[in-house]
Write a protein that binds this ligand. Structure first.
Ligand code: SAM
Length: 246
C-alpha cells in the first residue's frame, strides 16, 4: 500500500524537497509513499487570486481566508476521504512518536500548511481538522513542519528502513530517550567503548542500555520520565500530557 501525502501549501514547489533524497527519496521512487502538493491559491476565486486578508479587530499581518482554504480542504478530503486532515499550527497538539506511528499505519495524510498569521478560526470550526505542532517555537510557514511530520512517518513505512532497523529501540518508542551508541575505533582520544558493550553478554548489554536510557531521560527530560513512570501531569499550564496509554 502506498502512503499518500497531500500537502496544501502556497509553495508546492518546495515538495518533495528534502524528502526526495536519501531514505525518503528512495521510498518515493519505490512507490512506498506518494507526494501530491496542492496549490492553495488555485482555490481563490477573485481575479487577484487572494488567499488572505487583514485580521478582524486589527493587528499586524494577514490571515488565511476560511472560504478559500475550505475549498482547498474539501478538494483534499474528496481525493483522500480516509486520510486524517492535519493543519500545522504552533497551538496544535505536539507531535509525538505515538501519533507518528498511528499516522504511518494509515492510508496517508493531508497536511495544511499555514503562512502569515495563520488561519481564520472558522475553518477549524467547520472542518474535521487536527491541529499539530512540531514544537514550542514559531516557524514562518507550515511546510517545514510538514517535512518533519512526513519524514517521521515515511521512515516507519514497511520496507523503508529494512528488517534490521525497525525503529522499535529508538527514542520515545518506550517513553524513554535512547541509550548512547559507540563504534570503532575502540579507543579514541583516550576514551574507550564501555567494557560491557564488548562483553558479548546480550542480557548484560540490554540491562546496561536500559539503565542508561533511564538515566538520560531522568536528567534531560524530567517530563518524559514522569510520564514513563505514570506520574500525573502537574505542569503550570495544566495542559494534559500524553500518557503511555494514549
Ligand atoms: N500567528 C501564529 C501564532 O502566533 O501562533 C504564528 C503563525 S506562523 C508565522 C505561520 C505558519 O507557520 C502557521 O500558520 C503554521 O502553519 C506554521 N507554524 C509555525 N510554527 C509552527 C509550529 N511550531 N508547529 C507547526 N506549525 C507551525
Amino acid at each position: 500500500m502506498t502512503f499518500a501525502a497531500q500537502i496544501l501549501t502556497l509553495y508546492p514547489e518546495m515538495f518533495p524537497g528534502p524528502l526526495g533524497i536519501s531514505l525518503a527519496g528512495r521510498a518515493l521512487a519505490d512507490g512506498r509513499w506518494s507526494c501530491s502538493p496542492i496549490q492553495i491559491r488555485d482555490f481563490a476565486e477573485d481575479k487577484h487570486k487572494s488567499v488572505d486578508d487583514t485580521p478582524a479587530g486589527g493587528g499586524a499581518g494577514m490571515v488565511l481566508r476560511a472560504d478559500v482554504l475550505a475549498r482547498a480542504v474539501d478538494h483534499a478530503l474528496e481525493a483522500q476521504p480516509n486520510a486524517p486532515l492535519l493543519a500545522m499550527t504552533p497551538r496544535g497538539r505536539p507531535l509525538s512518536q505515538t501519533r507518528v506511528r498511528d499516522l504511518a499505519a494509515g492510508p496517508g495524510v493531508s497536511i495544511l500548511c499555514g503562512r502569515f498569521e495563520g488561519f481564520d478560526q472558522r475553518l477549524f470550526d467547520a472542518r474535521p481538522i487536527e491541529e499539530v505542532s512540531i514544537g514550542d517555537y514559531v516557524l514562518s510557514g507550515g511546510e517545514i513542519g510538514a517535512f518533519a511530520l512526513l519524514d517521521a512517518c515515511i521512515r516507519l513505512l514497511p520496507g523503508v528502513m529494512g528488517a534490521a532497523s525497525s525503529g522499535e529501540e529508538e527514542s520515545f518508542e518506550d517513553g524513554l530517550l535512547e541509550y548512547p551508541h559507540y563504534t570503532r575505533p575502540q579507543i579514541w582520544e583516550g576514551r574507550t567503548i564501555p567494557e560491557v558493550l564488548r562483553s558479548g553478554d546480550h542480557a548484560k548489554i540490554a540491562a546496561w542500555r536500559k539503565a542508561k536510557a533511564e538515566e538520560i531521560t531522568r536528567s534531560r527530560r524530567p517530563d518524559l520520565w514522569e510520564r514513563h513512570r505514570g506520574v500525573p501531569d502537574r505542569s503550570p499550564s495544566g495542559a494534559r500530557r500524553e500518557t503511555k496509554e494514549d
